[in-house]
Design a protein around this ligand. Sequence first.
Ligand SMILES: Cc1cc2nc3c(=O)[nH]c(=O)nc-3n(C[C@H](O)[C@H](O)[C@H](O)COP(=O)(O)OP(=O)(O)OC[C@H]3O[C@@H](n4cnc5c(N)ncnc54)[C@H](O)[C@@H]3O)c2cc1C
Length: 444
Amino acid sequence: MSNSEQAKIWKCDVCGYEYRGSEPPEMCPQCGAERVHFKSSASPVQRVVIVGAGIAGVSAAEAIRDDKSNATVTLLSDEVHLPYSRMNLTRYLAGEVNLDKLDLHPQSWYQENQIELYLKSPVTTVDPKQKIVRLADGREFAYDTLLLTNGAHPFVPPIAGAQTPGVQTLRTLEDADAILAAMAQPINVVCIGGGLLGLEVAGAISRRGAKVTVVESLAWLLPRQLDEAASHILQAKIEAMGIQVIVGARTQAFVGDGRVRAVQLEDGRELPADLVVISAGVTPNLDLARQAGLTVNRGIIVDEHMRTSDPQIYAAGDNAEFHGRLYGLWIPSKKEGAIAGYNAVNHEKIFNEDPPSARLKVLGIDLLSVGQITLQEGDKVLAQQTNGNYASFVFHEGKLVGAILLGDTSLAVLVQNAVDAHQDFSQALAQGITTAEFMQLLRN
Ligand SMILES: Cc1cc2nc3c(=O)[nH]c(=O)nc-3n(C[C@H](O)[C@H](O)[C@H](O)COP(=O)(O)OP(=O)(O)OC[C@H]3O[C@@H](n4cnc5c(N)ncnc54)[C@H](O)[C@@H]3O)c2cc1C
């Protein structure tokens, strides 16, 4: 199967239904009229092929249909499931979300919107000269415009024994199911990495009855989202849940015969482990882009239209690098995907950078970390700690550029908006405003 013949619009002369494809359908899906009732329009239709059906790819398809464009949309996924919410996999692991709630859209949505979704269809080659993508099984899809939204895969540090059965990562639904299968009996689990994903995995697994230890090599948890003071409060909250936390410790090896038995730390400690989950960041999937000759750095370089160095190819999501930044986050991936989709069908939409923003799910600990949290020269910070809650605000030249709210996040929306807008508080700062007064000022 392929779309290499030029696609056309076929209109049903009984009900007006429009079908896009190289041939008319056997039967009108709307009124049931036979194939002979379909008449083709003369002009060829733009063919958009999207590689990767995560949130970026699906958002691109949504944007193309939102635009009411006539383009044919082919969405190619190497996964076996309907496109699902990767972000909610930790909630699924924790038992907060059922399998049937993970889908981004029901199957019928793709049909109703005439998005040709092909599952189990890994793309192996992009030929930008012939404008064709090839699949592992030999199928070919021709495109006028190509979107590379094929995401990222987990980074696994080069630690001895990392390939031992029982040592795994969490990126796909299959990964989550493998972790759940291992949870059938009470076990010791070591989570390598104390970032957002590592902590959510730890929380989810702990709720399933496992004895969990988190190992973070840097000096404190969530080093990219929290300052040290906030991190100590967070650590205390997590330890109060029965999760052991070890910071500033590097992993030396995963040991076990046939299956992992323990994690050895460089300081000589050995932690019993029936399962190890590594959450050490992601590596963008760049093979297709490299092989297509696109300009690539840490990610595929895109401009504010999400256009790559080939004007007929766009990229978005975890594999795209914009202004030196790879977000690795849900909201930016969704936004970038939509921008790529609109621009693929001749819009002029521009991606506006937002300060990165993070929240913690699953653990039941309210947290917002947004924008810049480390101080640069001349920056001013307001911070306070009350009743196990923590708030800190970073100002650059009087403008709010970053904030942490831990425990009490009732100001989250106001803080997020003020950081996004780089709101100017120079006057209040000059008057020596306290943290409590500043929070009151935001509320008013
Ligand atoms: C468990 C988990 C929890 C997370 N929680 C949060 C959170 O709370 N907040 C947040 O902001 N972010 C979170 N993230 C990160 C967020 O999910 C990602 O940033 C986002 O999913 C990236 O979307 P994407 O579409 O760019 O890539 P992906 O979701 O990786 O989708 C890419 C798709 O392309 C497919 N693909 C790859 N190569 C090919 C090929 N050659 N042919 C065909 N298909 C291919 C992949 O299998 C995949 O289905 C979480 C991530 C994980 C794993």
